[in-house]
Design a protein around this ligand. Structure first.
Ligand SMILES: NC(=O)c1ccc[n+]([C@@H]2O[C@H](COP(=O)([O-])OP(=O)(O)OC[C@H]3O[C@@H](n4cnc5c(N)ncnc54)[C@H](OP(=O)(O)O)[C@@H]3O)[C@@H](O)[C@H]2O)c1
Length: 433
């Protein structure tokens, strides 16, 4: 195992912080599975969180699931609490990378990033909250650069498929790719499916605080990104999409924000042509649209006041019409769920000038995978960490705060994900010889 040289004297390659959480337990399982065989078998890792008892019971559970009883004694438990900075510092001094699964990040994330940056531990999270991700860039980028620490947010389903999917589409397009629309569809089995409470809370507070995100963005003082080629099509708030054969709405998660930050980084650091991007999610047929409008109206009404937010937080299953629950999805529900993200790209084939006329080339790519939140996310997070440890020469030359695309654009992450069940394919390409 190649490790990042500055940190190779640390006892653990990876510490999973928040290992007792709903998602954290699956990240533990994925790390255990990954290190059980193959080139990653010498990885040294530990679990961390605020309750030793809960962490031990997660290790017990994973040992039973994977039939690896030795795990109980072999994996160290570190007690650290977001409210106790000294405990975070002790944890961070022991790790090459901290995998942070403690969320919502807007409430718990900042002290963890700070402790990592100050104590020389690299940082990966699975945050899907644009406000936190962009605030981290604003506050910690300079210090992270100075300390040679890599802080890489949104390394879960939010937003690795979207961010790496755009890079994949651009690499496969024979010419200059200028615009991409992505459509996410999620299919569930007969048992249905849902997300866990913490993600619902992230959504509630993200919507409630939308104005602060706008003012945060102004502080970057960014110049608008150059728009090469024809302007990307602007769609409405709800429309029927023939390609996916269902109604679709703009995707409200972190994908557009993360992709935009990656495109800015690639434009400013590598002089690459930025790709314009819009993200949409399929919502199904007329019945699903009516349900969405009904629950969306109450969400919009309640999210504005603290009493409303406390009602939304107390009764996630009721107000989300079953899309989120305090218990999270069952194993059966997760097994029956899968996703598809389709990218419709357009651009200018070789020899055609993107500053002249309309695009003459089109490409469609897709990523398919298992249940996004708790099956795909742990795989993606762990593969991001393995890529980081194994390919330091392909990372950006300096530390700082990065999106996945900015950090992993030159690595083999896509190939690794493909091998681990996230299937990236080109489904069509027209206009290119
Ligand atoms: N990117 C994606 O697609 C994706 C997918 C899944 C989840 N997520 C995000 O991941 C985060 C976690 O979600 P989840 O469903 O796993 O949440 P969860 O079950 O509520 O887990 C939260 C974890 O944080 C720990 N924690 C809370 N307060 C703490 C403190 N003061 N000090 C130390 N640890 C503390 C909890 O410890 P205890 O067990 O001791 O309470 C638990 O381990 C959320 O932000 C969610 O949105 C993202």
């Amino acid at each position: 195992m190649a490790t990042v040289t500055t940190s190779s004297s640390r006892p653990y390659h990876v510490i999973i912080f928040g290992a007792s959480g709903f998602t954290g337990q699956f990240v533990v399982e994925e790390v255990a599975r990954t290190t059980g065989e193959g080139p990653e078998s010498n990885l040294k890792w530990a679990v961390a969180g605020r309750s030793r008892k809960k962490l031990e019971s997660v290790l017990d559970h994973v040992a039973n699931t994977l039939e690896t009883p030795e795990l109980r004694c072999a994996v160290e438990v570190i007690v650290a609490d977001v409210g106790h900075p000294e405990s975070l510092a002790i944890m961070c001094k022991q790790a090459v990378i901290v995998l942070n699964c403690v969320g919502p990040y807007r409430f718990y994330g900042e002290p963890v990033v700070k402790a990592c940056v100050e104590n020389g531990a690299h940082y990966i999270d699975i945050c899907g909250e644009p406000q936190f991700l962009e605030a981290v860039q604003l506050v910690f980028d300079k210090k992270a650069r100075e300390n040679g620490v890599y802080v890489i947010g949104s390394c879960g389903f939010d937003s690795i498929p979207a961010d790496m999917g755009i890079l994949y589409t651009r690499e496969k397009f024979k010419g200059t790719l200028t615009a991409v629309e992505s459509f996410l569809t999620v299919s569930t089995g007969p048992e249905g499916g849902c997300g866990h409470d913490a993600t619902w809370q992230s959504a509630i507070y993200g919507f409630a605080d939308a104005a602060r995100l706008r003012s945060l963005r102004k502080q970057f003082k960014h110049k608008p990104l150059p728009e090469l080629g024809a302007k990307i099509k602007r769609r409405g708030a709800l429309f029927f999409c023939a390609e996916i054969d269902q109604y679709a709405v703009p995707f409200m998660g972190s994908d557009p924000s993360v992709v935009r930050r990656t495109q800015r980084y690639l434009c400013e650091e590598d002089q690459q042509c930025p790709v314009q991007y819009c993200a949409y999610a399929g919502v199904g047929g007329v019945c699903s649209v009516l349900k969405l409008l009904f629950s969306g109206f109450f969400f919009w009404l309640l999210v504005k006041c603290s009493l409303g937010r406390s009602l939304l937080t107390k009764f996630p299953a009721f107000f989300s019409l079953g899309l989120f629950s305090k218990a999270g999805p069952t194993q059966k529900q997760m097994e029956g769920t899968s996703f598809r993200m389709t990218f419709y790209g357009e651009g200018y084939t070789k020899g055609h000038d993107p500053s002249q006329g309309m695009p003459d080339g089109r490409i469609t790519t897709e990523i398919r995978g298992a249940e996004p939140g708790y099956v795909v996310t742990p795989v993606v997070m762990v593969q991001a960490a393995m890529t980081f440890l194994n390919e330091p020469q392909s990372l950006p030359e300096r530390g700082g705060v990065f999106t996945p695309g900015a950090a992993f654009g030159r690595t083999s992450l896509i190939r690794r994900l493909h091998r681990h069940g996230l299937k990236f394919t080109v489904t069509s390409q027209q206009g290119a010889s």
